[in-house]
Design a protein around this ligand. Structure first.
Ligand SMILES: *[C@@H]1O[C@H](CO)[C@@H](O)[C@H](O)[C@H]1NC(C)=O
Ligand SMILES: *[C@@H]1O[C@H](CO)[C@@H](O)[C@H](O)[C@H]1NC(C)=O
Ligand SMILES: *[C@@H]1O[C@H](CO)[C@@H](O)[C@H](O)[C@H]1NC(C)=O
Length: 211
């Protein structure tokens, strides 16, 4: 299977893992919802999500600094909710709160700060004390996809994990929005909207990791 990858070819060598294709195999135990939910009340489906990890020799302090510059200020979602009385007001609010990357920064979770107190089961594994999860998105971009499928809402806004690696560098991990948001059977235009979003995120990663 060939997976399209939106990061420029010159950077491909930096990519640790291009795609994680996890399809349930017959031998694997797949948790079935019917174990805990009465039959007939649940619809389940499996789909492929592409998880991307980019490594840079830049330290995590610098990568985070660059990401935060691109995201602008942290914005409480209630600030957007306050503008939900009209399309015009909402559009204006989104454009007001979005940072240079065109995304609104909603949340920052410093996972490394608490996880370092425990670390991994493998005592030899490097513990990324600087690990942080960023949540950001642009509702108007989401709209271009969500108008075709309700499924787009589950994984919006987008999450990105930034963490320090044993070599002093940084990894950036995220899931390709197209593969999260698009399920089968929706119009092709939704796919092109998604690809635009994929490219936006890849360009952002390029910038913070290498730009
Ligand atoms: C991170 O890298 C930058 C640029 O090389 C350097 O100025 C800074 O001191 C480094 N920060 C840490 C915490 O290592
Ligand atoms: C939305 O726009 C209207 C008309 O311009 C204005 O009166 C109202 O206060 C706005 N609401 C918000 C939350 O900005
Ligand atoms: C971020 O906050 C600062 C200080 O309140 C403000 O001057 C700046 O315009 C804000 N930037 C964005 C993108 O909202």
């Amino acid at each position: 299977m060939t997976m399209k990858f939106p990061i420029p070819v010159r950077l491909v060598s930096f990519i640790l893992s291009l795609a994680t294709l996890t399809l349930p195999s017959a031998s694997q135990a797949v948790p079935t919802p019917s174990v805990t939910l009465a039959p007939g009340v649940v619809t389940s489906r499996f789909h492929i999500v592409e998880r991307l990890t980019v490594h840079t020799s830049r330290n995590t302090t610098l990568v985070k600094q660059k990401l935060q510059q691109e995201l602008g200020n942290l914005t409480q979602s209630s600030m957007l909710t306050a503008a939900t009385d009209s399309q015009a007001n909402y559009t204006a609010a989104v454009n007001r709160y979005k940072g240079p990357a065109g995304q609104i920064w909603f949340l920052n979770i410093l996972h490394g700060r608490w996880f370092r107190l425990w670390g991994f089961d493998d005592p030899a594994a490097y513990v990324p004390a600087e690990m942080a999860q960023y949540t950001f998105g642009n509702p108007l971009t989401l709209l271009t996809i969500a108008k075709y499928t309700l499924n787009a809402f589950l994984n919006a806004p987008i999450r990105m994990l930034v963490y320090d690696t044993a070599d002093g560098g940084t990894n950036v991990m995220w899931e390709r929005p197209c593969t999260q948001l698009v399920l089968n059977g929706i119009p092709l235009s939704a796919h092109s909207a998604c690809r635009a979003l994929d490219n936006t995120i890849s360009e952002l990663v390029n910038l913070i990791a290498f730009g």
